[in-house]
Design a protein around this ligand. Structure first.
Ligand SMILES: [Zn+2]
Length: 277
């Protein structure tokens, strides 16, 4: 699933590709992608004749800003956007097509069909699901080390589960949680409220550094992530712990362990990230 760095990369790419384009009409081939409004025809009708003014990100969601509308889009497991000329053949699993007046099309493809789109009046999107319950943006000034301690450090559940919960801090998923915990030397199963101030501070800085580096590198591409121009992200080469089961730890040379925390496959090094006994 794309996490903050991948969605940020898609956002930046889409800003280069579709800003200023005028929507002539919209085709929806798979109604379940459209979550708001209920009526797919209304969705297409509302978007007709609007111009794309830019693309923003909130957590793992894209906010496609139009004149008088905001389209909130979540790629979930495997959703992808691509810009095509209208004469190019439409690939399988293309569920939504934004036909532009200049003869190009933004196509939304999603093999797993888990992606969602919600349409709102500008500003309204923050008061309704899926954006209304989201926590802090980790790369914004609003999340300081002190705020992080306050929000995360009081929770009684395992630190990995707390970090995955988008109601506290957004944008970090399975890959970057494992990377950040390894970088901070913290075991994924320690309850968050058992972490000391120095550990929480280290974790905060690890998250910010890990995400910033990944954004810089254009997002990870563990499995199927491709940015809006069809370029694969480059960060997967830099993953230090995720996906490295039984390989030597970069910190101590011992084997990387894999376990399950909160139902998610979790990579860690038992010596560099000792459990709290
Ligand atoms: Zn190690």
């Amino acid at each position: 699933m794309p996490e903050l760095p991948e969605v940020e990369t898609v956002k930046r790419t889409l800003n280069q590709l579709i800003k200023g384009k005028y929507i002539d009409h919209v085709t929806v081939n798979l109604p379940r992608i459209i979550q708001r409004p209920d009526d797919v025809d209304a969705f297409a009708f509302m978007l007709k004749g609007h111009t794309i003014e830019g693309v923003e990100r909130r957590g793992k969601f894209l906010r496609i800003l139009l004149d008088g509308l905001v389209l909130v889009s979540h790629l979930r497991m495997e959703g992808r956007y691509g810009l095509y000329r209208k004469d190019e053949p439409v690939e399988k699993h293309t569920h939504v097509i934004f036909h532009f007046s200049d003869g190009t099309e933004l196509r939304y493809k999603d093999v797993r069909q888990f992606g969602t789109m919600h349409l709102f009046a500008p500003g309204e999107e923050f008061n309704h699901p899926p954006l209304s319950k989201l926590g802090y943006e980790p790369l914004d000034d609003t999340l300081t080390p002190d705020t992080f301690k306050e929000v995360i450090g009081s929770k009684k559940t395992k630190i990995k589960a707390v970090l995955l919960n988008q109601a506290y801090v957004v944008g970090i998923g399975n890959i970057y949680v494992d990377e950040s915990l390894f970088r901070a030397g913290i075991h994924p199963e320690i309850p968050a409220n058992k972490l000391g101030d120095d550990e929480l501070s280290r974790l905060y800085h690890s998250i910010v550094a890990t995400l910033s580096e990944a954004v810089e590198a254009g997002g990870a591409s563990i499995k199927s992530y491709v940015n809006g121009q069809g370029e694969m992200g480059m960060f997967q080469h830099s993953l230090k712990i995720y996906g490295r089961k039984d390989e030597p730890c970069y910190g101590c040379g011992g084997p990387v362990f894999k376990t399950v925390v909160g139902g998610r496959g979790t990579h860690y090094c038992p010596s560099c990230q000792p459990d709290r006994k």
